[in-house]
Design a protein around this ligand. Sequence first.
Ligand SMILES: C[S@@+](CC[C@H](N)C(=O)[O-])C[C@H]1O[C@@H](n2cnc3c(N)ncnc32)[C@H](O)[C@@H]1O
Length: 256
Amino acid sequence: MPRGGPDASWLDRKLQTDRLEYTDRSDVPGTVKEKIVAALVQIGTKYGTHEANSVLVANMVADIPEPRILELGAGHGLLSRRVLELHPGASVTVTDIDPALVAGMAAGPLGAHPRATVRAVDATAIDAPDDSFDLVVFAAAFHHLPPAAAARAIAEGTRVGAKFLVVDGIRPTAGKLLLRYLTLPPIVGAVMLLSLRTPLSAIGPTVHDSFITCLRHYSRSAFETLAAAADSPVAVEFPATDRIENDDHPVIFTRS
Ligand SMILES: C[S@@+](CC[C@H](N)C(=O)[O-])C[C@H]1O[C@@H](n2cnc3c(N)ncnc32)[C@H](O)[C@@H]1O
């Protein structure tokens, strides 16, 4: 299935790629990945993305006194750290597929937090029993998975969790995507250089990954088609938000 969904136009199909991001590649030095993750922390903090995602998660479990939350693809762990502050009863299992990123999170405040567990987990094969969590969250990472793996992640997220929250870019129409394709690299580069004073060595890899990211986002119809491919029926919701179109948006999967 194309990233734009089964009915994707010719142009939409041209504007997708199988090229991997640096953070997906085992042949890329850990130092490069660390620079990209540090830049994600910087950008997400400056533009309030981590805070908005943490508030979203905390609100979704606000009615549960001691919610169990699994964060997949956590990278740096800022979302889980903030959720622990926002919900004093929450316990979080904070994970990533990359062992070096897991080690980095375990060495920081999450590693010592009494309500946090840090470990390696692959979103497409979660080693946890059914219904282990009230909420599973996968932020800014779902597009890393090609369609077959993405469908497995939906099946796994809804198997181990009562709700599976994906927060990621929603692929726009092909025309808007083309505009994003042409403008995103210079905009991200300029913001990092001028506004965030990011070290030059981090800018190239981060711009590369954000460019690949926009070409790999799934459309609404693709999310629906992926959910329909799960073994048992899964409902998909696109809750209304005040986020701008270019931001990441919530998509909630629930086993019917
Ligand atoms: C762009 S980073 C997002 C980090 C963080 N969630 C955020 O919101 O900034 C994507 C993360 O997804 C992780 N990832 C990629 N494939 C994964 C998989 N199959 N299972 C779990 N994590 C994965 C990467 O290692 C990386 O840390």
